[in-house]
Each structure stands twice: as structure tokens, then as C-alpha cells.
Design a protein around this ligand. Structure first.
Ligand SMILES: Cc1cc2nc3c(=O)[nH]c(=O)nc-3n(C[C@H](O)[C@H](O)[C@H](O)COP(=O)(O)OP(=O)(O)OC[C@H]3O[C@@H](n4cnc5c(N)ncnc54)[C@H](O)[C@@H]3O)c2cc1C
Length: 357
């Protein structure tokens, strides 16, 4: 059994804690958040940021991500899909009743006017021969998959893509991790091999120190925050089985169904660390795009708007660093849910036997 200290209880921190505790290690996790739950308000308060993972739509879209990242990201994501399915199954066996994972593929949609842009995106998605290609759908096939869609759309099925119910998954990982010592309301100032220093000046000596603080890992890593905004809608009666991605001139708009007749519409991607509430422009554009493909959304109720910052490195690639007594993973940018399980698996394999780190 190794003593492991984790700085950060976001997607990576909770997944690591859950996994390492199940392997029998003694795990402590430090995070400035007051507890394991999603924050009541989605607005980032100055000095009180919360995990980007709570705000994320939780799309697991290795194929669609080929539009703006390389095949290595897509392949990691493809592995992660299977790993999230296993995590959700294990949590169900541990007694977790909430739906945590779904995998019905996703749909890429374009209005006729955006067909040129769609073809350019499809060319990028089709350029990786070892991954499944988008499947074109005629109007009847599209209507059979998702009857709520407006009829004049062009559509492609991205087979086997999935989604994680992010808020529920974060909660489940924290509440089903046997014996983990959660140190809420505690910020870690520095992480070094075998040691974490909390902000009260205490050094915590461990066999393995893990730094997964997202943006909180500055200045150890040259991170920047990329603002993203989402809108939560309640639309009782609207049937949608799988996530939708729409081609839009300004945003990569998606609509993601959640249990309870909820739909997450996202997400802006703005090079700014502005933490103020969602702008009218983003809200109008995201909702107008969603309504243009799902007319039934007209009577949806806006239940929640939320913004957060994606932790990104200068090359927008994830970064893993292992050394004796130390693991850092960061820079998960716009695909942290997509990449986390595969990155964790690779990092732990790299470290080897944790009793001898
Ligand atoms: C609007 C939006 C939509 C997104 N949609 C998707 C999506 O559909 N699919 C996808 O794969 N990804 C998506 N993402 C990206 C994803 O949320 C991030 O990549 C992911 O959350 C990064 O995980 P992380 O564990 O590195 O960081 P985080 O989830 O941000 O967690 C970092 C944790 O560290 C804690 N922390 C910070 N400072 C300290 C400190 N000093 N000491 C201790 N703890 C500290 C924080 O409180 C937090 O709990 C989206 C992000 C946003 C903002």
C-alpha cells in the first residue's frame, strides 16, 4: 500500500482517487471546494473557482474532436470511451443508481447553407483510417434516429460516440471511493516529489504526490484558461437520444440530452479568463442555433447558465509528467472528460509499482 496525496478534486483528481483507493492505497485529496457536490450556482465567483468538469457537457466525441486536434487525441478518446463504460459499471455495482454514461453515437448536423463548411469538417474527420468514419444519413434515416429534428437538415452519424453525466459522475466518484480522506476547503500551494504543501504551511509527506489542479497548477505549468459558456434547458416531452453537434459560423454548438428532460446547450470558446456571467450574445447564439434544429425547444425553460475556464497549455495538448514520487497531468483543455481515463491509465502504467515510487 502506498500513501498518495492528490492536489485537485476535478475530473482527474476524483478518477485517480477512486481508482487508487480501490487498489488499496491510502489516498488523501485536497481541494479548496467546500465539498463533493456541484456548486449551487454555475457562476464563477472571484476567488472561488470550481472544477471545469462540473460545467462540461461531458461529450465523449473522439471523432468530432478530429476537427480541431490530431489523431492521437482521438485515439486516446476512443480508449477512454470503453474505460468510462467500465467505471460506470463498477460504480453501479457499488450501489450508485444515477445514470452516469450513455453511448448511442452522436449526430453532426448542418443546414443547407453550411454544407460547404460541413464538407471541410468531414474531410478532417475522415482522414484517420483506423477510426470509424462519419456515416451520411438521408432525411428519412435522420428522422428515424431523432424524430424531433427539423426535416431540412443534412446529418451524419458519428458511431459509438458517447457522453458522461459529468455532475453525477463527479459526485459518484467522490462518494464511492473507499476510505479516501477528502480534505475540502484546503488549497495546495506547491507540489513536489513526495510532498504537497497546503496553504496553512503544512508539508504533507507521501510516497506519491499528484498534481491535478487544472488552472490552479500555475505557475508550475504555463496554463491559460479558455472561457466556455453553457445553457441548461428544461423541455418536458422533447425526445432526444444522442448528442447533436451543429455547424455554426461562430460556435461549435452542441445539444446534449440529460436525464430529467434537461438539455445542455454549449459551448462558446473564448480566449479569455473573464469569469463574469454568460453574455447575452453567447446565450442568444447558442440557443438560436439549438432551436433552429429542434423547433420544440421554443417552449423550453432556461433553468441555468454556467461558465467556466478550460485549463489549456500553449499547444492545447495534454501534458503528463512522471518522476520518482511525482505525477502531474494537466492541459486537458476542451476534452478532459474524453481523455481522462486513458491518460490516468497510461500515467499509472508509467509509474509502475506504486510501493516503489
Ligand atoms: C463549457 C465547457 C464545456 C466542456 N465540455 C467538455 C466536453 O463536452 N467533453 C470533454 O471531454 N471536456 C469538456 N470540457 C473540458 C473539461 O471540463 C476539462 O478538460 C476538465 O474538467 C479538466 O479536468 P481537470 O481535472 O484537469 O481540471 P478540473 O476539472 O478543472 O479540476 C481541477 C480541480 O483542481 C482544484 N484546484 C484548483 N486549484 C487548487 C489548489 N491550489 N489546490 C488544490 N486543488 C485545486 C479545483 O478546485 C478543481 O476541483 C468542457 C469545459 C468547459 C468549461
Amino acid at each position: 500500500m502506498a500513501r498518495i496525496g492528490i492536489a485537485g478534486a476535478g475530473v482527474l483528481g476524483r478518477l485517480l482517487a477512486w481508482r487508487l483507493a480501490r487498489e488499496g492505497h491510502a489516498v488523501q485529496v485536497f481541494d479548496p471546494a467546500p465539498g463533493p457536490d456541484a456548486p449551487a450556482t454555475g457562476t464563477l465567483l472571484p476567488g472561488q473557482p470550481h472544477a471545469a468538469g462540473f460545467t462540461a457537457a461531458g461529450m465523449l466525441s473522439p471523432l468530432a474532436e478530429l476537427d480541431h486536434s490530431g489523431p492521437a487525441i482521438a485515439r486516446l478518446g476512443w480508449r477512454s470511451l470503453a474505460l468510462w463504460r467500465d467505471v460506470a459499471q463498477a460504480l453501479r455495482k457499488q450501489g450508485c443508481g444515477a445514470p452516469l454514461f450513455a453511448q448511442h453515437g452522436s449526430l453532426l448536423l448542418a443546414h443547407g447553407a453550411d454544407l460547404g463548411a460541413a464538407r471541410r469538417v468531414l474531410a478532417r474527420l475522415e482522414a484517420t483510417p483506423d477510426l470509424p468514419a462519419p456515416q451520411p444519413l438521408d432525411r428519412d434515416a435522420l428522422a428515424a434516429l431523432e424524430p424531433a429534428l427539423t426535416r431540412d437538415l443534412h446529418g451524419w452519424l458519428l458511431p459509438n460516440e458517447g457522453q458522461v453525466m459529468g455532475r453525477d459522475m463527479l459526485h459518484a466518484l467522490a462518494t464511492h471511493a473507499p476510505g479516501v480522506d477528502w480534505r475540502w476547503n484546503q488549497r495546495v500551494e506547491t507540489v513536489a516529489p513526495h510532498t504537497l504543501h497546503t496553504d496553512d504551511g503544512t508539508p504533507h509527506r507521501v510516497d506519491l504526490a499528484i498534481d491535478v489542479r487544472g488552472l490552479g497548477a500555475r505557475p508550475a505549468l504555463p496554463l491559460r484558461g479558455v472561457r466556455g459558456e453553457v445553457v441548461w434547458l428544461h423541455a418536458p416531452g422533447l425526445r432526444l437520444l444522442r448528442p447533436l453537434r451543429l455547424l455554426h459560423p461562430r460556435h461549435r454548438v452542441y445539444v446534449v440530452p440529460r436525464p430529467g428532460d434537461l438539455f445542455v446547450v454549449g459551448a462558446s470558446e473564448i480566449e479569455s479568463e473573464d469569469r463574469s456571467p454568460v453574455s447575452l450574445r453567447s446565450a442568444v447564439e447558442l440557443m438560436a442555433a439549438a432551436h433552429s434544429v429542434l423547433p420544440e425547444l421554443a417552449e423550453a425553460r432556461i433553468v441555468h447558465m454556467e461558465n467556466n475556464l478550460r485549463p489549456a497549455l500553449p499547444n492545447n495538448e495534454p501534458h503528463t509528467h512522471t518522476a520518482p514520487g511525482l505525477l502531474r497531468i494537466n492541459g486537458l483543455f476542451r476534452h478532459g472528460w474524453l481523455l481522462a481515463p486513458a491518460l490516468v491509465e497510461d500515467a499509472l502504467a508509467d509509474l509502475g509499482d506504486l510501493k516503489h515510487v
